[in-house]
Design a protein around this ligand. Sequence first.
Ligand code: AMP
Length: 610
Amino acid sequence: MQKEPEQTLFADLGLPDPLLRAIKQLGYESPSPIQEKSIPILLDGSNIIGQAQTGTGKTAAFALPILAKIDLKQTAPQALVLAPTRELAIQVAEAFQVYARHMKNFHVLPIYGGADIRGQLRSLKRGAHVVVGTPGRILDHLGRKSLKLNELKTVVLDEADEMLRMGFIDDVDTILAETPETRQTALFSATMPDRIRQIAKRHVKSPILIKIEAKTTVVDTIEQAFLIVNQNEKIDALTRYLETEETEGVIVFVRTREATVTVAEKLNARGYVAAAINGDISQPIREKTISRLKKSQLDILVATDVAARGIDVERISHVINFDIPYDSEAYVHRIGRTGRAGRSGKALLFVQPRERRLLGIIEKDTKQKLNGWEKPTAKQMAEQRKSKLAEVLAAKIEGELPPIYHQWISELSTSLTLPAEQLAAALLSELYSLEQLLPPPESKKPRREKPSRDERNDRGSRSERGEKKQRKPRREDSVELEKYRIEAGHNHGVQPKDIVGALANEAGIDREYIGRIELNDDHSLVGLPPGMPKDIFQLLQKVRVKGQPMRLSRTQNTDKKTPQKPTTDKKDTAVKRKKPSPNTESSNTKATEKSRPRRKTSDARKKPQS
Ligand code: AMP
C-alpha cells in the first residue's frame, strides 16, 4: 500500500467538542473539500463566497461554524440563513438540529411561506438561535416586527443563484438592510453569473473566495456508467450489477463509516466476500484487509474516500460509487483505483434523483458523457441464472463427475422412490430460493423525486434561467416524439415551465426528453418520448399544473416539428433514461438471505444472487 497523503480531520478544523461528537455519530469520516476550506475561515469571522452545489456538503460547511459560535443564552436570532425554497429551508434547519444534538436548548426555526404564520409567531416569541427562511416570509415577519435581526452575527445566502432566478434578490436586499453592518456574510451559489457577482460585491465585504479546483483527467481505459437510483434501491442495483459483471476485485465507495459497515454486511449476507475499511479501523487491520484483497481472499472492499486513499491493487476491475462523490476530483480519484497498470476497468456511479446536477458537473469537468447503465429486470436476472447454471452443469458433466455422485442419486432415488428429476429439483431449491427463480414482477411505481430543493426544477430549464445562452442540442431532437394533450392552458395561467416542472418532478421524465410545448387557451400540447408506461400515463391524469389536473391524453399525430431520425440507439436511450426505476428492494432479497446456502467455490462466491 502506498503512503497515504495527509488528510485533514474534523478535529483539525477547530470545532468544539459537542459538534465533533455529533459529526462522529453521523459517521462523517473527514470534511468534504468545501467544508475543509470554509469552516476555518468562517470560524475566524471572515466573509466567504463559495461556489458549491447540492451534495458537496455545503450545509455543514456553514452550519458547523455558526453553531460553534452560538451563544445559547442569547435568545434573539444570531444567525439567519436565506434559502430559495421551503424544502431547502426545512432541510437546512434539520441539518442544524442534527449537528446541534449535543447543544442543549439550541433552537433553530424554519420560516417559510405556505405554513401557518401563527405557529411561526409563537416560536419566534419563544426565541430561536438560528432562523432559516425563504425571503418572502422573512420579510413578512420583519414587517410585523415579529422577527428582529439587529443582533445577528452571521447571514448565509444559500443557493444565491436560485434566489436570483426566482426573483428574490430585491427581498434579499431589503432583509440585509435590517441586519447589522458588522455581521459576517457567507454566500453560496452553484453558479456565479455576473448578477451574483454584483450582489456579492454589494453584500459580502472583503470575501474570501472558495472554489474547489478539480483535477479531472480520467484514464481512458476506464469504462464509466451511471444509474439514477433512489437510496433504498442501491443495494439491489449493486447486487444486480455485481451478478451481471465479470468482476475481480471491487471497491465500493460510500460516504460514512456506518455505510461501509452496513453495505459490507448486506453484501456478505448475499454471499459476497466483502469487508469494510474506514478511518475507525486501525492502520494494521486496514493493511491486512488490503493484502487479503490483493491475494484474492477478499473480493469487495467497501470504503470511504479517506480509507481508500493510496490503494493500488492491480486486480481492482470495478469501482462502484455507491454514494456520489462530493466533486469531480474525488470522482476521478475514486475511479482511478481501477484501470491500474495499464489494465482496463469499469466504474459505476449511483446518482440519486436530486443529485443529477452533480452528475452534470462531473461530466462537464471530466469532459465526457457517461452512459446510463440499464439495470436488468428481475426476470432477466432469473434468465441469466438459468443460463449460468446450464453452463456450470455442462462443464461438470463434461469434466466427468466421480462415480459416487451418480451412486448417491441412484440410491436416493431407490430409497425415496423418487425419480431423478424430482431429486434434481430439490437440489436446485437448495441452491436458489423460489423468489430467485421466479422473481415477483418489478414494481412499476414511478420514481417520485422528493420535493426537495429540486423544486427548482419546476421553475424552468437551465436555459430559461439564463445560465447558458446557447441552446444545448436536446436529446429529443433525435427522437420522434408523441404528441400529448394536457387540459390546462393560458386560461389557467399555465406557462411552459410549469408543464416541464410537473412532468419532470411528478413523472420523472427527464426534461431533456420533453419536446415543444404549445400553449392554447384551454389546453396545451407537448411532445413526449414514445412508449410511455401505463402507470405514468395514469399518474399524469391526476397531476396538477397550476391547480388544474393534467388529464393527459394522446393525440393522433406525432410532433411534426421533430426530425424523424431512425437512430434507434438514441431513441432507446431516451425512453430508458426517463423510465422510472422500479422499486426492487424487495422481499425477494430478504427471503434470499435466509434461504440461500453459502457456496463454496470462488466462482459461486463471485456470482451470488441478489
Ligand atoms: P449538502 O451538500 O449539504 O446537501 O450535503 C449532502 C449530503 O452529504 C448530506 O446528506 C450530508 O449529510 C452529507 N455530508 C455532508 N458532509 C459530509 C461529510 N463530511 N462526510 C459524509 N457525509 C457528509
